[in-house]
Ligand binder design. Structure first.
Ligand SMILES: Cc1cc2nc3c(=O)[nH]c(=O)nc-3n(C[C@H](O)[C@H](O)[C@H](O)COP(=O)(O)OP(=O)(O)OC[C@H]3O[C@@H](n4cnc5c(N)ncnc54)[C@H](O)[C@@H]3O)c2cc1C
Ligand code: FES
Length: 249
């Protein structure tokens, strides 16, 4: 689909908060929390689309939260409202949402891995599930992101340098050790591994959203495979969300 940029905000950290609408004025297709889209940044020398999580979706808009780290995402920072992007999606399988009444679900995000957890927090709130979020960053995150989560859930920030919130790792935050029924994690692999190990050690089930490098995004090139208990699986097609029990970590 061709999406038009309705607004672009560059946050103090450099992260981009993009709001897109359908160029032809149509409704935005349905999207599940945890799914992603492949964004074509045709002005960059990178020919491959880039996978970006659904940060939020409404009937008319798709929001993305992007950390400009390399060629394509840095080029995206130069796009202005009115510019158009070719976007493929939604792709992949999202987070579990069918929890029993009274369940408590902890969402844990590391860096820009926080992005898919906002739409999930909204969906769980709507379903009457109690949630909490622990958001780990090297240094103080953008207040726009923290405040947005804080409006829908119980938001806790951890920083490596102690510049905001709890000084330490997400797994060391007291909220992490509370009595949760399920944990959903997205962030750097070492952080996700630590969360999985800590949760499994306490008998808590959960899932992670993997951000393996991708090319086609459609299960054809095999560049995103993850070794699982069911063999090598394409993260783009079989994931990006996997239950803890699927991983060989
Ligand atoms: C399912 C999925 C969802 C994602 N959601 C988001 C999101 O919501 N917001 C966001 O900002 N990013 C997200 N990413 C990561 C994003 O796709 C990459 O940062 C992006 O592809 C980098 O492209 P580039 O051309 O700018 O960087 P490149 O020039 O390709 O690479 C720049 C640097 O980043 C490293 N890098 C590139 N991709 C990854 C990756 N996936 N994991 C670790 N290191 C990488 C490279 O090794 C290199 O050091 C997601 C990735 C996946 C697979
Ligand atoms: S990105 Fe090509 S198979 Fe997953």
């Amino acid at each position: 689909m061709t999406l038009r940029l309705a607004s672009v905000k560059q946050l103090p950290s450099g992260w981009l908060w993009l709001e897109l609408v359908q160029a032809d004025g149509q409704m935005m297709p349905a999207m599940e929390p945890g799914q992603f889209v492949e964004v074509g940044v045709d002005r960059s020398p990178v020919l491959l689309n880039r996978p970006i999580s659904v940060y939020n979706r409404t009937d008319r808009t798709l929001e993305l939260l992007v950390a400009p780290v390399g060629q394509a995402t840095k080029e995206l920072a130069k796009y202005v409202p009115g510019d158009e992007l070719k976007v493929v999606g939604p792709l992949g399988h999202g987070f579990k949402r069918d929890f029993a009444a009274g369940s408590r679900v902890l969402l844990v995000g590391g860096g820009v891995g926080i992005a898919p957890l906002y739409y999930q927090a909204l969906a769980l709130k709507e379903a009457g599930v109690e949630t909490g979020v622990v958001f780990g960053m090297r240094t103080a995150p953008d207040s726009a992101v923290v405040e947005r989560f804080g409006a829908v859930t119980d938001m806790h920030v951890c920083t490596d340098d102690g510049s905001m919130g709890f000084h330490g790792l997400v797994t060391e935050h007291p909220v992490f050790s509370e009595n949760w029924d399920y944990i959903q994690v997205c962030g750097p692999k070492p952080m996700m591994r630590a969360c999985l190990k800590a949760a499994v050690g306490r008998g808590v089930d959960g899932e992670v959203s993997l951000e393996n490098m991708m090319a086609c995004g459609l299960g054809a090139c095999l560049c995103c495979v993850e070794k699982t208990v069911k063999g090598n699986l394409c993260v783009c097609k079989e994931g990006p969300v996997f239950n803890f029990s699927m991983l060989t970590w």
